[in-house]
Ligand binder design. Sequence first.
Ligand SMILES: NC(=O)c1ccc[n+]([C@@H]2O[C@H](COP(=O)([O-])OP(=O)(O)OC[C@H]3O[C@@H](n4cnc5c(N)ncnc54)[C@H](O)[C@@H]3O)[C@@H](O)[C@H]2O)c1
Length: 345
Amino acid sequence: MQIELKTPIGNTEILTQEDGLQQAKDWIDKNYPDRRIAVVTDSNVDRIYHEQLTKVFRDAMLHVVKAGEESKNLGEIEHLVDKLGEEGFDRNDVITGFGGGMITDLAGFAAASYKRGIKGLTLIPTSLLAMVDAAIGGKTGVNVRAKNDCGAFRPADHILLDPKFLNTLPEREFNAGMAEVIKYAATLDVSLAEDLMKERGEMDLKAILQKSAQAKVNIVQQDVKEGGLRQVLNFGHTFGHAVEKKSDYKLLHGEAVSIGIIYANKIAQKLGKQKPETGEQIKKLLERFKLPTELPEGMTIDDLHEYIVQDKKKSGKEITFIIAPEMGKWEMVKKTPEELVKLAR
Ligand SMILES: NC(=O)c1ccc[n+]([C@@H]2O[C@H](COP(=O)([O-])OP(=O)(O)OC[C@H]3O[C@@H](n4cnc5c(N)ncnc54)[C@H](O)[C@@H]3O)[C@@H](O)[C@H]2O)c1
């Protein structure tokens, strides 16, 4: 099945297929015949897929970045731009990101900036988080003083989702990615909740990837530059980001979002906008994927206040807080950080 994302700043074709590397290469050959390709990947993904990768992308320039969020920085962009220049890449060539969200963000930002924007950007996400979230929607960037504080909007032309790559993803990373899928289930697509209740062996990952991608596309399509509606995707993220920062990034993003979702439910219930059964159903989904549903030991809700205030500073107003009144539905409520922390206590 093909999903299309059409935005004023570019269109993306999203395909879910096995044999992902070959499929992605065939797409590039068809759409960018005779163009040079630079494949950007990380050291973990390269270690596992090097043989396959170099067999399929035989003539491509391979650029391997050390795995880990620390590599999502401007220095790595400089290395990559330097290598592209040295190898004579021009503006009509193609950058392909093959990896998790760190790589799709880095490759995307390089594509947005190399010679003021290279023509081709294709992504082959390999982590669940990148497949259902990071690769889709055109947000790219690196970390300078804070996470993602330097970047650009640059949607990929083509994204290839191959569930087979998830077979090598560490379980903790897989489960963390599921927090974003549960976010879509809770706010945008109730049918995903049913898919997620199946046993792991019986779960139709392909359908889960497609439904998640479609949920994100439906929102991004209406608000690519985060003017308003895209904030729906922040469900669980107000408290999630605060928990993630307070844990000094020891918790994975999805683990922190899981806790954030629990607080979004608690707040919705205190406001009389969510039945306890809905909260329970969402919690059950989080628990299925061994995601945390309580603050880590030693962390209190009041510890999160200063980080939630930082969130408010970003918009300069009250926080637009997303709740799920019932499974698959969302609502925005405006609250100050103080009100949110009080409701979450
Ligand atoms: N642009 C966006 O809209 C957006 C949205 C959400 C997150 N992000 C960004 O995404 C990043 C997080 O993404 P992530 O969780 O994928 O992190 P990541 O890219 O660091 O990948 C997590 C780990 O999994 C490994 N890995 C990836 N795929 C693998 C595979 N198939 N087999 C074995 N190991 C594999 C990686 O090497 C890494 O160690 C953050 O930088 C975040 O800011 C961006």
